[in-house]
Design a protein around this ligand. Structure first.
Ligand SMILES: Nc1ncnc2c1ncn2[C@@H]1O[C@H](COP(=O)(O)OP(=O)(O)OP(=O)(O)O)[C@@H](O)[C@H]1O
Ligand SMILES: Nc1nc2c(ncn2[C@@H]2O[C@H](COP(=O)(O)O)[C@@H](O)[C@H]2O)c(=O)[nH]1
Length: 203
């Protein structure tokens, strides 16, 4: 957690206020796996559903895993100011619809975004009080093994995602907290504490 220096605005939301938590990290590190467990154990948390122009993978449900939209619809949403952040990743567009996140926070619900690095940087600028968490793998070899072992992407896409992963891991210092995903349950416990703002509690 980063404390405010004398004369500077505090960067993280004050204790007691619902917090926006951004979870980022390289493709294949286990963001979806850990957040599925967070969702199960902390049903009070609002999880943003992103819009994407990527084609659905087997088993992905429109409106649940993503809002699967056309490029034209995605561009309309940007032009209408409906995106909190957006980015191009591995040839597709991804973005966070702004309204549902703002409504959840206004209603007192902690909210979580699972987004890549460029988007996390945009949220940092737009909402400096957000807590940025990077999920990292226990080792590079383990990341490669998880991404290839998942079997959802062609080898060229895996290579592209691994190239981006190096850049993402190099940016870990920009995040407030780094959580190592060696074990899904342990990472889930750490994330739930951060989402609930337990790191802001004193005494
Ligand atoms: N702690 C862990 N130990 C071993 N395997 C894991 C762990 N966490 C996730 N995995 C596995 O790693 C693979 C990638 O996980 P997942 O799809 O959750 O990653 P992701 O970060 O959400 O990827 P993407 O950004 O591409 O959506 C999956 O096969 C998942 O079962
Ligand atoms: N900037 C944003 N990145 C997003 C968003 N939703 C998901 N993502 C990230 O994209 C990559 C690839 O996801 P995949 O489902 O195709 O494997 C991954 O890092 C996601 O976290 C978003 O709204 N904005």
């Amino acid at each position: 957690m980063i404390d405010a220096q004398a004369g500077e605005e505090p960067r993280l939301a004050p204790a007691g206020e619902p917090r926006l938590t951004v979870v980022s990290g390289p493709s294949g590190v286990g963001k979806s796996s850990v957040l599925a467990e967070v969702r199960r154990q902390a049903p009070e948390v609002y999880f943003s559903v992103s819009a994407t122009t990527r084609a659905p993978r087997a088993g992905e449900i429109d409106g649940e895993h993503y809002h699967f939209v056309s490029v034209a619809e995605f561009e309309r949403m940007i032009a209408a100011g409906e995106m909190l952040e957006h980015a191009r990743y591995a040839g597709n567009l991804y973005g966070t619809p702004r309204g549902p996140v703002e409504r959840a926070l206004a209603a007192g619900q902690p909210a979580v975004l699972e987004i890549e690095l460029q988007g996390a940087r945009q949220v940092r600028r737009a909402m400096p009080e957000a807590n940025l968490v990077m999920l990292v793998p226990p080792s590079w070899d383990e990341l490669v093994s998880r991404l290839t072992g998942r079997g959802t992407d062609a080898s060229a896409v895996v290579r592209q995602r691994l190239d981006t992963a190096r850049e993402e891991l190099d940016a870990a210092a920009e995040f407030d907290t780094t959580v190592v995903n060696s074990d899904v349950q342990a990472a889930t416990r750490e994330l739930i504490a951060l989402i609930a703002g337990r790191d802001r509690e004193t005494g």
